[in-house]
Design a protein around this ligand. Structure first.
Ligand code: TXA
Ligand code: MG
Length: 355
């Protein structure tokens, strides 16, 4: 199959809607990451999403709608707190998990009786959704386990030949996927942190629980958020988080070089003087954590393109947007964290070098 890339405008949105109505999948931009959508009412098309991505069938899809009045076409009930979240944060980078309507196939919800609903803030994404005139289930438009795509080129790199059309809306400004919060638990529960932060949610809703999988490698109750149990966001290179001083990062880099690795550091621009000639990219620009969210996935892809095999990333504070950045970094590193007390042997273990 030939994969076409078209700039997203009213005529390409019409073409995309026609493809959706004839049983195809289409990739489209949002303010967070690119999504891969199909009609919610077309089971064969929904199966094509899972096939193109190589996604496990029990991992539910987020259903996208163009406006608030459409939420009830997907959800059977909107609890009071969920309504507050909808009024406060939507359209925006947030997904609310609600009881599902029976018309929504279990194929979409990974067999669950709940459904995640999202209204993107991205105006062109909403134009595409309006043109489709049906709810659009859409996971991130990457191959399963790869970092989520934040440009049309990332989508093309993963799905070329597997999907007919990518709508190009330029680079995504958010860069990490939406916040996922469930209103199907007694207290609202944060399942995946994003740019609508835990602090913002607690300000608006009062008490909000945090699912343990947000920061832990949690295999036990993965049922609440199936997406969190799978390997995620990984480049080919080995990712190691360093929760320590700038000197520690540099000395780990030097040791990796001596071990014949090709390391690179994802770094805070403000600490540039410590780096010397070590290979690096700026993860955090102008000391602003939102830039880390915007840059992380694109940099994880770039390190592979440039042939680096070891990536050191400095840990960030888990507050505000930092929680979503750490959540993605921990998964990309398979929860591998070194610190000031780590030895050469710890580094070898992290790099899976024997002896
Ligand atoms: O920003 C985003 O959310 C992007 C764009 C395209 O909208 N979409 C996205 O979808 O990131 P995906 O499929 O890559 O991630 C969906 C996450 C998964 O972790 C999944 O388990 C969780 O949301 N999820 C979806 N429906 C759920 C449900 N009913 N209950 C619990 N978790 C759910
Ligand atoms: Mg995804």
């Amino acid at each position: 199959m030939k994969t076409e890339i078209l700039p997203l405008n009213s005529s390409s949105a019409k073409k995309a809607a026609e493809l959706i109505h004839s049983g195809n999948v289409v990739a489209f931009p949002t303010e967070t990451v690119y999504g891969l959508g199909a009609s919610v009412f077309d089971k064969e098309a929904v199966k094509k999403i899972f096939a193109a991505k190589g996604r496990p069938a029990d991992n539910p899809l987020i259903v996208h709608v163009a406006s608030k009045d459409k939420i009830c076409t997907v959800a059977s009930e909107i609890p009071k707190k969920a309504q507050i979240a909808i009024d406060t944060f939507m359209p925006g980078p947030i997904t609310v998990v609600l009881p599902k309507r029976k018309e929504i196939s279990p194929l979409v919800t990974g067999g669950k009786d709940t459904v995640g609903v999202r209204i993107p803030e991205h105006k062109l994404a909403r134009m595409f959704l309006e043109e489709c005139d049906c709810p659009i289930p859409a996971p991130s438009a990457n191959s399963s386990t790869k970092p989520s795509p934040t440009t049309a080129k990332h989508v093309f790199d993963d799905l070329n030949g597997k999907i007919p059309l990518i709508l190009d809306g330029g680079a995504c400004l958010g860069g990490v996927e939406s916040t996922v919060i469930s209103f199907c638990t007694e207290t609202p529960t944060l399942l995946r942190p994003g740019l609508i932060t835990l602090e913002m949610l607690r300000d608006a809703l009062g008490e909000v629980d945090v699912h343990p999988s947000v920061l832990e490698n949690c295999k036990v109750d993965s049922v609440a958020s199936p997406g969190m149990k799978y390997k995620h966001y990984s480049p080919k290179a080995r990712v190691i988080i360093v929760s320590g001083s700038a000197e520690t990062v540099c000395s780990l880099y030097d040791s990796a070089l001596e071990l014949s690795k090709r390391p690179v550091i994802l770094w805070n621009e403000k600490d540039k003087d410590v780096l010397g000639s070590r290979a690096h990219y700026w993860l955090i620009e102008h000391n602003c954590i939102s830039s880390a969210a915007r840059n992380l996935f694109a940099l994880l892809r770039q390190v592979d393109d440039e042939g680096f095999d070891t990536v050191f990333i400095t840990a960030v504070d888990k507050k505000d947007e930092g929680l979503s950045v750490m959540n993605r970094m921990l998964r990309a590193s398979a929860f591998t964290v070194l610190d000031d007390s780590s030895s050469l042997q710890d580094l070898k273990t992290a790099l899976q070098i024997n002896g």
